[in-house]
Design a protein around this ligand. Structure first.
Ligand code: FAD
Length: 385
């Protein structure tokens, strides 16, 4: 949606049409995420992610202000639970500074508990720029802007074929055929498949990682005031289970990261033979499983055990009890994996023939949606005029 909005702005004479397979926009990653406005703390300096996250949060905040989308810059604490995590937290602080974040504050136990009275750990980094937002409402506001710019959003239009016809494309969809000069593929959990429809080889594969949440019962929500995060494991692009205050009220705990048996599998029992075959026939997945056996096994155990999930949360807030947690929702991450089993960390935009494919847009791509859209629109100057 962010990309369509920016394309419509940059190429005012162009007919921009969004083809969405669902009856509504924002029903997958964007509508099932943590609702956090990330500001660029974690990402490797110089990476596309770092550049876009730092600018992205500013641009998203301005959009929310201009379109009355509920949001709040509440700040977050990243917590070192013991001394062994302090060097990694220091490294994170340096990263944030290199990425241009100002106002990061190192806090000892006393100071961190002034902000989050129930937090555990030995030290924390306060990140004042981070916040919370209602992403489904962001999508609604973007939809209005796209149509106000004479763009179109066609729902219930699953793209099943992309046929090149001379210098144009015909997108065959469940809502009819659409002609286009240029295709931008932002299909999230299906982006590798859509790139294949356009004649590309699938160099990377989308592997779905489900993120499950619990909610804190109302009587225990006072234990968390803002956002409380762990120091992430640098080997993985996932941030580790954390606490998020929601813009609509309430506190969520999660998400974990378990391999899903279906690309849009929000429940543990969801299963798709085609998706599973797609994942298991990819050599990269077997290499990943070989490299990260222990982590994958721990994630599966934690997914089925509320006690283990609670133990992870107690590292951040020791007063949390199993009884404080009720089952929450889930989201599924579209994580690109390389044939050598590594998870692609950075955003990935790949040019095809009269097409551009977004082949990896994990967190913080919801925060950075407008900046990503601007980048894509800029890459197409000269192509669409
Ligand atoms: C559990 C979880 C927590 C996260 N937390 C955060 C966070 O707090 N902050 C943050 O910034 N980011 C977060 N992220 C990441 C963020 O949500 C995603 O990076 C972002 O939403 C990706 O947007 P997208 O438009 O690429 O994908 P999506 O939102 O998944 O949209 C892709 C769309 O393409 C459609 N589609 C797919 N195939 C076809 C087809 N063949 N034809 C037509 N339409 C098709 C789908 O229906 C879908 O609507 C989180 C993600 C998850 C899963």
């Amino acid at each position: 949606m962010g990309t369509a909005l920016k394309l419509g702005k940059k190429f005012s004479g162009a007919n921009v049409t969004v083809l969405e397979k669902e009856p509504k926009v924002g029903l997958h990653q964007t509508g099932n995420n943590s609702g956090v406005l990330h500001c660029g703390l974690y990402y490797k300096p110089g990476s596309v992610k770092a550049r876009m996250a730092v600018h992205g949060v500013q641009e998203m905040m301005a959009f929310c202000r201009d379109h009355d989308v509920p949001h709040e810059i509440c700040g977050k604490l990243v917590v070192a639970v013991d001394e062994s995590e302090v060097p990694r937290l220091k490294h994170l602080q340096e990263r944030g500074q290199q990425n241009g974040l100002t106002g990061l504050k190192w806090m000892g136990q006393e100071e961190m508990r002034e902000i989050e009275p129930h937090v555990g750990g030995v030290a924390a980094l306060r990140v004042p720029q981070e916040g919370i937002v209602d992403y489904p409402k962001v999508c609604e506001a973007m939809l209005k802007r796209i149509t106000a710019q004479d763009g179109k959003v066609v729902t219930s239009a699953r793209v099943t074929k992309l046929k090149p016809t001379g210098t144009r494309w015909v997108a065959v969809t469940t809502a009819g055929d659409f002609e286009a000069d240029f295709v931008v593929n932002c299909a999230g959990l299906h982006c590798d498949r859509v790139s294949e429809l356009a004649g590309e080889q699938r160099a990377v594969r989308i592997i779905p990682f489900r993120g499950e949440y619990y909610k804190l019962k109302p009587a225990r929500q006072h234990l968390v005031k803002h956002l409380i995060y762990p120091v992430p494991d640098p080997q993985f692009p996932f941030l580790g289970v954390h606490f998020t205050r929601l813009i609509e009220g309430g506190v969520e705990a999660g998400p974990n990261a378990v391999l899903a048996f279906k690309r849009e599998g929000y429940k543990k029992t969801d299963f798709s033979a085609a998706d599973l075959f797609d994942a298991l026939s990819f050599g990269g997945l077997w290499k990943f499983l070989g490299l990260h056996k222990r982590m994958c096994w721990e994630e599966i155990k934690r997914s089925f055990s509320k006690e283990l999930f609670c133990q992870s949360l107690q590292r951040l807030v020791p007063g949390i009890r199993v009884d404080d947690l009720e089952t929450g929702g889930a989201g599924v991450r579209a994580q690109a994996m390389s044939p050598d089993g590594t998870l692609v960390q950075d955003f990935s935009f790949v040019r095809g023939r009269r097409a551009l494919h977004v082949l990896n847009a994990p967190s913080p791509a919801a925060t950075a949606a407008l900046t990503i859209g601007e980048e894509i629109a800029s890459q197409l100057v000269g192509q669409l005029e």
